[in-house]
Design a protein around this ligand. Structure first.
Ligand code: PML
Ligand code: MG
Length: 182
């Protein structure tokens, strides 16, 4: 538990949600590439390749979307987006709700001015739905991004900006307090 001042908390609305139904993980991957392309993010294939390196990280990869340079101070740990929650949390927390937790996280992450997109594939072997999220396209769920039983997964936050902005972005992702109205 940590006492925090109400004025330090930003309250905002969740990203709008849409769902893209796909039949195969290959189709889902193709959809991700299209969304990256529509967002003006080049090197879609190489960005998706980076997902091979997110397994086992506690946080997310923070990737410069243009140079593909990794910006996390500690590559093994990654950047952990924390200090966010649902604004009205009267609901039952006894069961993990992948979707709600991810929507809250994606809303916080995408609201930083230098984040131009996020890709997520769950690391839960039984959960194959993932998403792309950005300010412009909202939270786009993709119903299959890996095979059932596969433990791989992770998150990539796509960044565009200067080195100083990257420092500010990491501080924001890890420490800014935020409540999200769903
Ligand atoms: C969704 O259902 O919209 C995707 C949720 C991704 C969950 C990621 C995780 O926490 O494992
Ligand atoms: Mg998980």
């Amino acid at each position: 538990m940590e006492r925090i001042a109400a004025e330090d908390v930003i309250v905002c609305d969740a990203l709008p949600v849409t769902t893209c139904e796909v039949d195969t993980a290959g189709e889902g991957r193709q959809k991700l590439k299209e969304l990256l392309d529509r967002s003006g993010i080049p090197h879609g294939e190489m960005i998706l390749e980076q997902m091979k390196n997110t397994w086992g990280m506690r946080g997310a990869m923070l990737l410069d979307a243009d140079s593909l340079k990794r910006l996390e101070p500690d590559h093994q740990r990654g950047v952990r987006a924390t200090y966010m929650d649902v604004a009205d949390s009267g609901d039952d927390r006894s069961q993990k709700n992948h979707f709600k937790e991810a929507l809250v996280l994606a809303t916080k992450v995408s609201s930083h001015k230098n984040i131009i997109g996020e890709i997520c594939i769950s690391d839960d072997p039984d959960y194959v739905t993932g998403y792309f999220a950005s300010k412009e396209l909202g939270y786009v769920r993709i119903t299959k991004l890996k095979e059932m039983g596969c433990p791989d997964g992770g998150r990539i936050f796509l960044f565009r900006g200067s080195e100083e902005e990257a420092d500010d972005c990491i501080r924001y992702l890890e420490h800014q307090k935020m409540l999200v109205r769903i």
